[in-house]
Design a protein around this ligand. Structure first.
Ligand code: HEM
Length: 225
C-alpha cells in the first residue's frame, strides 16, 4: 500500500517517489555490476583454454571482499525486482478500462513501452543463469571448471539462442532504464546533461548486451566451423 502520508524517517521509501528512487539507485548499482561482470567474462575469449577465466572465477569465489559484495548484489537484485513487480501490479490495477483515446505510442518510446516484458525475460534469464552457473558450481560443487561449463553450455545452439535473445531484451531494458534512473534522481538539470545521458545510455544499452552476446556466439561458431 502507498503510505504517502508517512514521509518521516524511512517512511518516504514506501511512497511512489521513494520506490522510484530505490529502483533508480539499485538500477545504477546493477548496471555497474554488469560492467564488471562483462569485463571478467570477456576473459573467456582469450583463446588460452580458459586459464585466465578460471583463475578469475577462482578469485571471485574465494575472496572475502567479493563475498560481501555478492550479498549486496543479491539484495540489489531482490529489491529492484520487488519494486518493479510493485509498479507492474499498481499499473494493472489503475489502467483505464474500456474505450479510451489514450495512445501510449504518441509520447513514449518502444523501450519504455516494453519495460515489463523485458523485465520478465531478464528475470527468467537470471533464474536459468544462476541455476546453471552459481548453484551448480558454488552449491552443488560441479566437477567441470567454470570455463568448461561455459563452453559446454554455449555449444548448444538453443542455449546460446536463449542468451542472445535475453541480451536483446536486456538492451531494451537498459535503453530506457539508464536515462530514467538519472532522471528520477534529479540529475538531469539541463538540456546538455540530458543529451549526454541519452547518448551514454544508448551506447551503454548497445555495447554491454552486445559484449555478453558475443560470448555464446563465439563458442557456438567454434563448434560449427
Ligand atoms: C554471456 C554472458 C554471461 C556469462 C558467460 C556469465 C557467466 C557467469 C558465471 C560463470 C557466473 C558464476 C560466477 C561464480 O560463481 O564465480 C555468473 C554469475 C552471475 N551472473 Fe553471469 N554471465 C553472463 C551474463 C550475465 C548477465 C547479463 C547478468 C545479469 C543480467 C548476469 C548475472 C549474474 C549474477 C547475478 C551472477 C551471480 C553473482 C556472482 O556469482 O558473482 N550474468 N555469470
Amino acid at each position: 500500500m502507498d503510505t504517502t502520508a508517512n514521509t518521516a524517517g524511512l517512511g518516504w521509501l514506501h511512497t511512489s517517489v521513494g520506490r522510484k528512487v530505490v529502483m533508480a539507485v539499485t538500477g545504477i548499482f546493477l548496471m555497474s555490476f554488469l560492467v564488471v561482470h562483462l569485463a571478467g567474462n570477456l576473459l573467456l575469449l582469450r583463446g588460452d583454454g580458459g586459464a585466465a577465466f578460471n583463475a578469475y572465477a577462482d578469485f571471485m569465489s574465494t575472496n572475502p571482499l567479493i563475498r560481501v559484495l555478492e550479498v549486496l548484489l543479491f539484495v540489489g537484485f531482490v529489491v529492484h525486482i520487488y519494486q518493479g513487480l510493485y509498479f507492474i501490479s499498481k499499473e494493472r490495477r489503475f489502467r483505464p478500462k474500456g474505450y479510451t483515446l489514450h495512445r501510449p505510442q504518441d509520447n513514449t518510446t518502444i523501450f519504455s513501452r516494453t519495460m515489463r516484458i523485458s523485465a520478465i525475460v531478464i528475470l527468467v534469464f537470471l533464474l536459468v543463469h544462476l541455476r546453471h552457473f552459481f548453484v551448480e558450481h558454488r552449491i552443488l560443487g560441479a566437477s567441470l571448471t567454470m570455463y568448461e561449463s561455459c563452453k559446454l553450455a554455449f555449444e548448444n545452439p538453443f542455449y546460446s539462442a536463449f542468451y542472445v535473445l535475453s541480451m536483446i531484451l536486456l538492451a531494451f531494458h537498459l535503453a530506457h532504464g539508464f536515462h530514467s534512473s538519472f532522471q528520477t534522481l534529479g540529475l538531469i538539470v539541463n538540456r546538455r546533461i540530458d543529451r549526454v545521458v541519452r547518448w551514454a545510455g544508448t551506447a551503454f544499452a548497445f555495447l554491454v548486451p552486445l559484449g555478453f552476446a558475443v560470448i555464446p556466439l563465439y563458442f557456438l561458431f567454434q563448434t560449427l566451423y
